[in-house]
Design a protein around this ligand. Structure first.
Ligand SMILES: NC(=O)C1=CN([C@@H]2O[C@H](COP(=O)(O)OP(=O)(O)OC[C@H]3O[C@@H](n4cnc5c(N)ncnc54)[C@H](O)[C@@H]3O)[C@@H](O)[C@H]2O)C=CC1
Ligand SMILES: O=C(O)C1=N[C@H](C(=O)O)C[C@H](O)C1
Length: 269
């Protein structure tokens, strides 16, 4: 239907991109208006459905973000940091809602996204699933209830293709644990122990990353004290949980005031 929001999917050939293209094309609540890939990608110019090996969807893959965003009310973006920063500026110029799932963003990247959010709605989260966003809240509460006798360790596991560590989700959980404890994560973050590291520093928040096979995404927050342990765990077995969250965010963002939002805002948590 022409009056539903038009959506662009960036990184259309990616693991998330392909699932998002299919979900938008199948939805009654929005329309697929463009599928974007990087310049030189073999899919550019082909129908995105045909390229994915499903029936044609009547949308050719493009490498022109300006033309694609001009047709859209929302851009759903699971690509890579440099692309996402560029898309934030272009989506803001087009006044399209920009849903950002990309992880591995630096502090400088996030500042650039903040600037774009003065002009348009941006919803950004290292994890779009309902379950993880609830786990973030639980982590903050448990960390606030316990003192530093409980060592906090965050363990994440992902597929062999993932390029960033710790995962965006692990960092969300670490930020929540630090906030619950009333400390700055930057002061207590401990990533990548190797060699003679010395004993654990009281109050540190540790991160460990496992990479292998086709693991979709698993996160444990461990609170370990003398004589007892608590583990909070989320296991994603299907990327559909991220797709559902991203579509929800794209629709939620319509007619909102410009700003940099997250999935807590979208889910009302
Ligand atoms: N927030 C969340 O809930 C989730 C976040 N992610 C994040 O999303 C990102 C993508 O993940 P995957 O789909 O597994 O990766 P992928 O590598 O399968 O897909 C990325 C796609 O982006 C495309 N791309 C890169 N630069 C581009 C550009 N300049 N213009 C257009 N397309 C470009 C690539 O060609 C590729 O097709 C990662 O940062 C990942 O951590 C993944 C799943 C859930
Ligand atoms: O790269 C992935 O696959 C995922 N990335 C996100 C992250 O970095 O936390 C979310 C999810 O865990 C899958």
């Amino acid at each position: 239907m022409a009056d539903t929001p038009g959506i662009v999917i960036t990184g259309a050939s990616g693991r998330m991109g392909q699932m998002l293209v299919k979900a938008v094309a199948a939805s009654d609540a929005c329309r697929l208006v463009a599928a974007l890939e990087r310049e030189g990608h073999g899919w550019v110019g082909q129908d995105v459905g045909t390229a994915m090996g499903v029936p044609a969807l009547g949308v050719a893959v493009t490498d022109d973000p300006v033309a694609a965003f001009a047709k859209a009310q929302a851009v759903i973006d699971f690509t890579a940091p440099a692309a996402t920063v560029a898309f934030a500026g272009l989506a803001a110029q087009a006044r399209a809602v920009h849903v950002i799932g990309t992880t591995g963003l630096s502090a400088v990247d996030i500042e650039a996204i903040d600037r774009a959010a003065h002009h348009a709605v941006i919803v950004r989260a290292g994890n779009m699933s309902l379950g993880v966003n609830l786990l973030v809240q639980l982590t903050r509460k448990v960390a606030a209830a316990l003192d530093a006798d409980f060592d906090i360790e965050i363990v994440e596991a992902h597929h062999r293709h993932k390029v960033d560590a710790p995962s965006g989700t692990a960092l969300m959980l670490g930020e929540a644990a630090a906030a619950g404890r009333g400390v700055d994560l930057g002061e207590v973050r401990q990533s990548g122990r190797d060699g003679v590291t010395g004993a654990r520093r009281r109050g540190d928040i540790g991160f460990s990353a496992i990479r292998g096979g086709d693991i979709v995404g698993e996160h444990d927050v461990l609170f370990a004290a003398d004589g007892e342990r608590i583990t909070l765990r989320h296991v994603a077995t299907d990327r559909g949980v991220f797709v559902r969250g991203a579509l929800k965010a794209a629709l939620w963002g319509q007619d909102r005031d410009p700003g940099h939002y997250d999935m807590m805002d979208v889910l009302g948590l």
